[in-house]
Design a protein around this ligand. Sequence first.
Ligand code: AMP
Length: 303
Amino acid sequence: MSIIVVGSSAFDDIKTPRGSRKRIVGGSCIYFSIASSFKSKTNIVSVVGSDFPKRMLTILGKRNIATDGLIIENGTTFNWGGTYNTFSEDPETRFTNLNVFKKFSPHIPTSYPKENAILFLANIDPVLQNKVLDLYPKPRIVGLDTMNFWINSKRKELFKILNRIDILTINELELRLIGRKKSIQDCCKVITKDLKIKFLIVKKGSMGSMLVTNKSFNLVPSYPFCDVVDPTGAGDSYAGALFSFLDNKKNINKGTILDAMIYATSLSSFTIENFGINRLLNLKRSDIYKRENELKKIARIEI
Ligand code: AMP
């Protein structure tokens, strides 16, 4: 059992109401893989420049995260700059420098599982997401995340890949941008009825997350006692936790996904308590399970 994740590896320049940081390690597949490494063997497909710290590869290796598919190119690592003016809104992107991603040609190394791994197409150019699924035609399930940058600039390619996946994890703004309908309910129908994606998970920040199928809606609350410092990576670490939980389950259905959402809410609530990946790197399994149990109690309505 294992997971293959393709996504960005980055240097992030972040400003939040609690401070700012320049050139800290981030990227969708870095957050995802650290989060998933608590439960699953995780295999990265990505690219970095020669400026990416070698120390980071050691850190990933110590967590049993495979980096044979993480290409080191001559050049500069992907660099994203974002500002969170408040914690209740999506960040404002100041710049997106694709750098080595412009010429990235993903490959799946022979050391990775040949088939049947969960494939997660983290936030990255949908052209690359399509390519990776072509290279790995027999996954157990396929999950995908994306963001406004790609929804606006590569809509056609994004819809091509949306037609090929099982689970979509996006936030409310992204849902509206994809659905282009007035009501959230109609946007959800575009995903679950028109595109026939079996499970849609809408991340709603401090409002929790919602599971949508073509027949049902379920809400999982967020962890209410977080000391938010930097929301970057919340979505990617949520996805990493969610898919690693599912990786350990025989059946993937509404029940197991709801359990996975509680675990993912717990783990990702730690990510945002410090800048970048700092909090994730200091996290213990017992911290995650304690919060997961607390959340289960909070989520139950007993009168
Ligand atoms: P999130 O989990 O949604 O907060 O994602 C945060 C990560 O997304 C940051 O570490 C960024 O490096 C990365 N990111 C930002 N913009 C893009 C983009 N256009 N493509 C891929 N990754 C991105």
